[in-house]
Design a binder for this molecule. Structure first.
Ligand code: 5GP
Ligand code: MG
Ligand code: MG
Length: 180
């Protein structure tokens, strides 16, 4: 893949090559393997669409018996895109008494995972932790702990490895950052 790519109206340049992503996924997977060894069948819950590639690579490195499922966060009505309450759709499994690991592409302000955790807690799981590929410490506005962060980045906009810019860029195997 080229070092500079064009998606819609913006140019992006390469920031994190696939090999570096793989190392970070390996490190976070080993932490989870150590922490969850011996626990009753944990459930990995991926948030679509952004987490599909991370989930796919992460789960192959998990050494304990597990289940996995995907959910979407959707606005209550189709009219608000940001700053409105989001609901969790597509969760059919009962999570009561289960150890749940939320798998996210990126935690920015923390708004999305806060909604998600609030909804999941009402369903009485044994535990909930968040595993995110990217964490932006400079924009995080919440106090909820985000235990597993594969990589931390600044307040820049990235695409690739599942993350999109208006639906483009998800299939890129490397991470690209928007240029000025
Ligand atoms: P939060 O609710 O934590 O502010 O934002 C979470 C969501 O915003 C992510 O799941 C993702 O969809 C989007 N997002 C935040 N930062 C970025 C970024 O740098 N790149 C892309 N592609 N999406 C982002
Ligand atoms: Mg996401
Ligand atoms: Mg997006």
């Amino acid at each position: 893949m080229e070092d500079i790519i064009q998606l819609h109206d913006r140019k992006f340049k390469i920031m994190i090559p696939a090999e570096k992503i793989d190392q970070a996924v390996e490190t976070v997977a080993q932490r989870i393997n150590a922490d969850y060894a011996g626990k009753e069948t944990p459930l990995f819950l991926g948030i679509l669409n952004g987490s599909f590639m991370f989930m796919s690579d992460l789960i192959k490195k998990i050494e304990f018996q597990n289940e996995l499922s995907f959910v979407k966060l959707a606005s209550y009505d189709g009219t608000c895109s940001t700053g409105c309450v989001k609901s969790l759709i597509g969760l059919n499994n009962s999570i009561e008494g289960r150890h749940v690991i939320i798998v996210e592409d990126i935690v920015d302000t923390g708004e999305s995972i806060e909604h998600m955790i609030h909804d999941l807690e009402a369903r009485k799981p044994a535990s909930i932790e968040v595993c995110t590929l990217f964490f932006k410490p400079g924009s995080y506005r919440k106090t909820l702990p985000v235990k597993y962060r594969a990589m931390e980045i600044g307040n820049e906009f990235i695409v690739g490895y599942g993350l999109d810019y208006d639906q483009l860029g998800r299939s890129l195997k490397d991470i690209y950052v928007v240029t000025e």
